[in-house]
Design a protein around this ligand. Structure first.
Ligand code: ZN
Length: 213
């Protein structure tokens, strides 16, 4: 009787060891091969487009930008019929513009506070986007893009090397954006950008690196 009990116990302990070992393997802790993380196929959309898009979208939610404010940022240039504060074709303006449009069309949330998170863009910037001066309005766009890109890149805890790569990507894209701007100016179809020397979005995305360390 005694030995049968002991035999049963040995079997039970052995079974437990097997189960624990299997669970350990399944969790990747048993020295076995780590199971691949299940994920959808990777997107082949330009990582810079995605990063700027998500930076701006997330930032607008975090700041709780009002629709009135977003509409002023998105207003069309009556002369060109395109969004006044963005350079058509500019690789940094496009994802920012898309994010603003997506945010503007946002769905309701289950939260009682409304359909965004923050308390609104600060009064100074709201006044700035209402300014008659294109230069001043571009400064508002620049301030927000710099803030949003900085927040997102900072949260990714980049190594110095990765940060250098991002800096380079943003600089390359600003060059392209500015080239588009000069081209429009030469062709006399720059509208509100006719007298401008820079792109607010492009400057913002590049200044983001000075906002975090
Ligand atoms: Zn641009």
């Amino acid at each position: 009787m005694q030995s049968k009990k002991r035999r049963l116990m040995v079997v039970a302990v052995a079974a437990a060891v097997v189960v624990v070992g299997w669970a350990g393997d399944a969790l990747g802790k048993g020295g076995g091969e780590r199971a691949p993380v299940v994920q959808a196929a990777k997107s082949n959309i330009d990582p810079t487009y995605r990063t700027v898009f998500f930076s701006v979208l997330e930032g607008l939610y975090d700041d709780g930008a009002s629709n009135e404010f977003v509409d002023l940022v998105l207003q069309n240039d009556p002369e060109t019929g395109t969004a006044m504060h963005f350079i058509p074709g500019c690789p940094l303006c496009l994802p920012s513009l898309d994010a603003l449009r997506v945010y503007r069309e946002r769905a309701g949330l289950s939260l009682k506070i409304g359909n965004t998170f923050g308390r609104g863009i600060e009064a100074e910037l709201v006044a700035g986007i209402k300014s008659e001066s294109m230069h001043q309005r571009l400064e508002v766009v620049e301030t927000l893009v710099a803030r949003y890109v900085a927040r997102r890149l900072d949260s990714q805890r980049l190594t110095d090397e990765e940060r250098g790569e991002w800096r380079m990507r943003m600089a390359e894209r600003r060059k392209k954006g500015e080239a588009y701007m000069r081209e429009m100016q030469r062709a006399g179809r720059a509208g509100a950008f006719a007298d401008q020397k820079r792109c607010g979005v492009c400057d913002g995305a590049n200044e983001a690196f000075d906002l975090f360390d």
